[in-house]
Design a protein around this ligand. Structure first.
Ligand SMILES: [Zn+2]
Length: 208
């Protein structure tokens, strides 16, 4: 798997293309996805899915535009539906633009297949109530959204957030993955499971 990173939108949200052969999936789309679409066109790729880690506006700005340009279905965790009635789901928060409304297929945590390989939607609530992290065991990659960052964790002060839940999500769902697993986060640089187990200050009590 090849991973291309695009920092898009007002909060420079990491928006990813995971590419295998001629197929690609998008993980989040934090703004106008034109740079993602240019990459898709330039390399003759087919976008098969848009996977959303959670339904905060700064991860979904470009979902509808990606869908309209490619026909790819948009998937998101069923547990985040509550956000779509609020500024955090629709945009408008802090005076930022509203999102273009989109429809998505609500999915449950568990295994499915994309890009010809298995993908596990890990249930990682705490930043939102329904956050999913997308783990590709064959490629050793996890897209963690705003649950885990390089040496940091996501905010837990928004509706549906919980510090205790988030710490538990990371420990049980992310830190149980192989240590060499590359972690692609919603903001900031990539890291790895092993690096965060060793150096993330929020987990200094975690068995190292
Ligand atoms: Zn968020």
């Amino acid at each position: 798997m090849r991973v291309e990173t695009f920092a898009l939108g007002p909060l420079e949200t990491n928006s990813y293309l995971a590419i295998e052969g001629r197929n690609a999936v998008a993980v989040d789309a934090g703004g106008d996805p034109a740079p993602m679409l240019r990459h898709i066109a330039k390399h003759g790729l087919t976008l098969t899915h848009v996977l959303l880690t959670h339904l905060h506006f700064d991860h979904t700005y470009g979902a509808q535009a990606l869908h309209e340009a490619t026909g790819a279905p948009v998937l998101a965790g069923s547990g985040d539906a509550y956000l779509m009635d609020s500024e955090l789901g629709q945009g408008g928060f802090m005076g930022l633009p509203r999102i273009k409304p989109f429809t998505y297929t609500a999915i449950e945590p568990g295994d499915f297949e994309v890009l010809g390989q298995p993908c596990t939607a890990l249930f990682t609530p705490g930043h939102t109530a329904g956050s999913l992290s997308y783990y590709f065991p064959q490629s050793g990659v996890v897209f963690a959204g705003d649950v885990l960052f390089f040496r940091n964790i996501g905010r837990t002060d928004f509706p549906g957030g919980s510090m205790e839940t988030l710490l538990d999500s990371v420990k049980t769902q992310i830190f149980s993955l192989p240590r060499e697993t590359v972690v692609y986060s919603g903001h900031g640089p990539e890291t790895s499971v092993g690096e965060e187990i060793l150096h993330n200050p929020y987990f200094s009590d975690f068995a190292r």
